[in-house]
Design a binder for this molecule. Structure first.
Ligand SMILES: [Zn+2]
Length: 258
């Protein structure tokens, strides 16, 4: 297990990072509900993953109510993170046998950054960052849809000054002087079908049993997760148990900078 803290006097802090994926005007109500839900447990900061033009349905700028809500969440202590640009594959390279598992089965054609040419990726990242800056959102990190990234994307992100990215299994700091990559599997649910929900419940129970004895728990929520009683119950149990064990809420940005 990597040790992230260099000071010998400070006790190792146990961090709980909750990330809220796929925030966009269409998921506004669900993200707002998740933020209220989390606050009841004392999770007052999370990393909110915002998509600039979700599924090519137009820019989030068209919804002032959503933009104001995101600014409000940032003011409350939540972190705003760039999460892809379109979050779909409408303008992506044609699928190959080697990518079809990731594009069709693992995701529902959402792996936008899985195989984007470098220059296209750069343009989308710049566009997203400029949009966020115009709204006063301090986005330090980038998380690719479904955590799927083309080879070389982490180098591009580092060149462009992003502070970190994440995969489902690790947090990757990108700026010089920051900590080494931190291996830690994220708890994450799949809601697309009943068997996927059941399987992810079993898997997350097993995974939590391991994570609770480490110094980092990552919980990734998607907009529909709280709609399913089985998952809502398990998320409730995970949050209660984590606080009892001394985990403290954090954001990815604060985690990599500490
Ligand atoms: Zn996503």
């Amino acid at each position: 297990m990597d040790v992230m803290i260099s000071s010998v006097s400070a006790p190792p802090q146990k961090s709980l990072i909750v990330s809220l994926h796929d925030a966009h005007p269409g998921s506004h109500a669900q993200i707002a509900e998740q933020i209220d839900f989390l606050a009841k447990y004392g999770v007052t900061c999370s990393s909110i993953l915002v998509v600039p033009e979700f599924h090519h349905q137009g820019s989030l700028l068209q919804d002032k109510g959503f933009c104001d809500a995101v600014s409000g969440w940032q003011a409350q202590g939540h972190e705003i993170v760039l999460h892809g640009y379109f979050h779909d594959r409408q303008e992506s390279p044609p699928e190959k046998l080697s990518t079809v598992f990731w594009t069709r089965f693992y995701t529902n054609r959402e792996a936008e950054f899985l195989d984007l040419p470098r220059e296209t990726a750069r343009l989308r990242l710049e566009r997203g960052r400029t949009l966020f800056e115009s709204l006063g959102w301090r986005s330090r990190g980038f998380v690719a849809p479904a955590w799927l990234m083309a080879e070389g994307l982490t180098n591009l992100l580092a060149e462009m000054g992003f502070a970190y990215t994440t995969r489902v299994s690790e947090i990757i700091p990108l700026l010089p002087g920051l900590n080494r990559p931190k291996r830690s599997q994220s708890l994450c649910y799949s809601t697309r079908a009943g068997w996927r929900r059941f399987a992810s419940g079993v898997w997350n129970k097993h995974l939590y049993g391991y994570l609770r004895d480490t110094d980092l728990i990552r919980l990734s929520l998607h907009p529909r997760d709280l709609e399913f009683p089985l998952m809502r119950r398990q998320i409730d149990q995970i949050l209660r148990a984590s606080f009892k064990r001394g985990f403290q809420p954090s954001t990815y940005g604060d985690y990599v900078a500490r």
